[in-house]
Design a protein around this ligand. Structure first.
Ligand SMILES: [Zn+2]
Length: 336
C-alpha cells in the first residue's frame, strides 16, 4: 500500500521515502545473539577494558560520564586505531601500493551465494603491473569483523554491531543514523548524560553533532535515526540553519514526512506488541506505552527544546579526516 502511493511522488521525495521505509528495520541486522558472541570473541577485550580502567581513573569525580560511556569512548578509539581500515582505493597485491591503481567502475555482484551480502564490486587496475583488483562492498556486519576495511558504510555497519554487543544486548539504546547527502553514523543512549549521543566511528568523534555543519561545512537536507522500536527525524539536531538545504526542494510538505514516519512507527509498535511474551493484554499495552511511546515522546520534546546539542568542547580539525583530500572536496566535506 505504502509503496503504491510512493510511486506517485516526485523523484526526490520518492527517493527519501523509499530509503526511510527500506531502512526502517535496519537494526534487525544487529540482533542475533550468535553474532554478539562472535564480536566478543573477535575484538581485543583485554586491551579495551584495560584502557577503560585508565579512562575511569582520569574521569573526574564530578563527571557525568559513567562506566559504559567510557567503554563507548574507548571503542571509538580502538575501532579507528587498531581494528578497521579506511579504503580510498584498494592496494595492488603485487606492488603493495595504491598510487598506481585506477578505478574501472563498479558492477553488480553476480554469484549464486552471497554470504557477505556484497552489493557492488568495484573494479580497479594497477598501471604499473596491470593486475586487476576487485573491491567488494560488503554489507554483512559479521563478515566485516573479518574483512575490516571499507568506507563510512562499512565502518558504521561494523561499529554498530560491536557497540550493540558491548553495551546494549537487547535494549533499544543503539541506533543507526542516515544522512541523505551520503553519510552515516550512529548514536547510543547514555544513562549518564540522559540523552542520545552522536558517534562518528570513521573519525572517532564522540558527542559532536555539529561536526558536519561546523567543521566539514557539509550542506545537508535530512538526517534520520533508526532504533529498534521507532524511527525519528534528527535533522534539527545535526543541521544548522546556514547549512540546511531547502527541504521544500525535496518534499512538498514537512507534515507529510512526519505522517509517513508516524505510519512506520505504528507498524513498528504493532510488531513490538506482537513479540511481547507477557500474558495479559493490559500488561502488553502498558509495556508498549512505557517502552516505546513515552520514550519517543520524551526524545521529541528534547529535540524541540534543543536540549540535545552540546557545546563544542573538543578542538576538532576543519574538514573531514577520512578519505583523500580530492574525495572530501568533491563531496563538499573539506570544511571550505
Ligand atoms: Zn601493481
Amino acid at each position: 500500500m505504502m509503496s503504491y502511493r510512493l510511486r506517485k511522488l516526485p523523484q526526490n521525495a520518492r527517493q527519501l521515502y523509499e530509503t526511510i521505509l527500506g531502512m526502517s528495520n535496519i537494526m534487525d541486522k544487529y540482533k542475533d545473539p550468535l553474532d554478539m558472541n562472535t564480536v566478543l570473541d573477535t575484538i581485543d577485550l583485554a586491551s579495551i577494558y584495560e584502557n577503560v580502567d585508565k579512562r575511569e581513573r582520569e574521569n573526574g569525580p564530578h563527571s557525568e560520564l559513567q562506566y559504559d560511556d567510557l567503554v563507548v569512548k574507548e571503542l571509538l578509539h580502538y575501532f579507528k586505531n587498531s581494528f578497521f581500515k579506511w579504503v580510498n582505493k584498494p592496494e595492488c597485491p603485487l606492488c603493495h601500493s595504491e598510487s598506481n591503481v585506477v578505478g574501472l567502475g563498479g558492477s553488480r555482484f553476480s554469484g549464486s551465494s552471497n554470504p557477505d551480502q556484497v552489493s557492488v564490486v568495484e573494479n580497479y587496475q594497477c598501471r604499473e603491473c596491470n593486475s586487476r583488483i576487485q573491491f567488494p562492498r560488503v554489507n554483512n556486519p559479521v563478515s566485516l569483523l573479518k574483512t575490516r576495511r571499507g568506507r563510512c558504510g562499512e565502518w558504521v555497519n561494523c561499529f554498530t554491531l560491536i557497540l550493540r554487543a558491548m553495551i546494549a544486548e537487547d535494549r533499544d539504546r543503539v541506533r543507526y543514523v542516515w544522512n541523505m547527502e551520503d553519510h552515516v553514523w550512529c548514536e547510543y543512549y547514555s544513562y549518564g548524560l540522559k540523552r542520545w549521543v552522536h558517534l562518528d566511528p570513521c573519525e572517532a568523534v564522540f558527542d559532536e553533532p555539529l561536526l558536519y555543519c561546523n567543521n566539514w561545512n557539509k550542506k545537508m537536507s535530512f538526517v534520520i535515526g533508526y532504533n529498534d522500536n521507532y524511527i525519528i527525524d534528527l535533522s534539527s539536531k545535526y543541521i544548522t540553519d546556514s547549512n540546511q538545504i531547502d527541504k521544500s526542494t525535496i518534499i512538498p510538505s514537512l507534515k507529510q514526512l512526519s505522517r509517513f514516519i508516524n505510519a512506520i512507527n505504528c507498524n513498528k509498535l504493532l510488531r513490538y506488541y506482537k513479540c511481547l511474551d507477557t500474558a495479559s493484554q493490559d500488561e502488553k499495552l502498558t509495556k508498549c506505552y512505557n517502552d516505546v511511546i513515552v520514550v519517543l515522546n520524551r526524545e521529541l520534546l528534547q529535540l524541540k527544546d534543543h536540549k540535545v546539542t552540546p557545546t563544542m568542547t573538543q578542538e576538532l580539525p576543519k574538514g573531514r579526516q577520512t578519505g583523500s583530500s580530492e574525495w572530501t572536496k568533491e563531496r563538499g566535506e573539506d570544511g571550505n
